[in-house]
Design a protein around this ligand. Structure first.
Ligand code: PEP
Length: 250
């Protein structure tokens, strides 16, 4: 069965509330084909405002992180009920910027996934190798470790609870994109690993996104690959016109 494509925009630490509202309005006002999901992940400060704009549309609201606790003394964190309160249905977890700049590890990322899922948020688990790891033939062992570490103890009732985003660190924000062969090879590997972890009918339906300098010029070829089910987009998601073109991949 074909998986429903998911183009997703990670706005990172960009946009004021007013800018986010304008961008969200332009994106939902563009033509979003009915056969795909679209997720927008603005910064926390704009979630509520963007959530109001997405309400009643087919576009989904995502957060860029989520804590495992519901409330309490966790300065700087945001909880699953808080995110649900403003309309979030998805949460990006384990982005390489969280891992590299803020020292998040697989144990912490696993806790975030557990917390998100307990509250019905779809977890978008990001994994990816560094350039050094790729050049020293560690790509697959690193990805396997990140996948297994992030998903420790996670049971799935259905495939929609989880999305995997393969984001080679060397391709994020660098203008370098994995070749379609590299992306497909990794995605097929991840699908195989998921099949060992979950029932076949669930593993075969988990969406695996590619992320790393996706833009209007490379999205069609990437999306033509069997195991590439969508794109997690940073820079090119900040302009409505370019993201609309990505959403409308052919
Ligand atoms: C990302 O932040 O997840 C990302 C892939 O960024 P960019 O598209 O800018 O490489």
């Amino acid at each position: 069965m074909k998986r429903r494509p998911l183009p997703a925009g990670n706005w990172k630490m960009h946009t004021t509330v007013a800018e986010a509202e304008e961008l969200a309005r332009e994106i939902v006002g563009s033509d979003i084909p009915a056969d795909r999901d679209v997720m927008l992940a603005p910064p926390f400060t704009a979630l509520s405002a963007v959530g109001a704009i997405l309400s009643g549309t087919s576009a989904l609201l995502g957060s860029q992180n989520v804590c495992w606790e519901e409330k309490g003394a966790f300065t700087g964190e945001i909880s699953p009920p808080m995110l649900k309160d403003v309309g979030c249905s998805m949460a990006i977890i384990g982005h390489s910027e969280r891992r590299q700049i803020f020292a998040e590890n697989d144990t912490m990322i696993n806790k975030r996934i557990v917390g998100a899922m307990q509250h019905g948020l779809v977890a978008v688990l990001c994994i990816g190798e560094t350039l050094e790891e790729r050049e020293t033939d560690k790509t697959f062992s690193v990805l396997e470790e990140q996948l297994a570490g992030g998903l420790t103890g996670i049971e799935l009732k259905n495939a929609d609870q989880l999305v995997i985003a393969y984001e080679p660190v060397w391709a994020i924000g660098t203008g370098k994109t994995a070749t379609v062969e590299q992306a497909q090879e990794v995605h097929a590997f991840l699908r195989d690993r998921l099949t060992r972890m979950y029932e076949k009918n669930i593993a075969s339906q988990i969406r695996i996104l590619y992320g790393g300098s996706v833009n209007p010029n490379n999205v069609d070829e990437l999306m033509s690959q069997d195991d590439v089910d969508g794109a997690l987009v940073g820079g090119a998601a900040l302009k409505a016109e370019t993201f609309a073109r990505i959403i409308n991949f052919k």
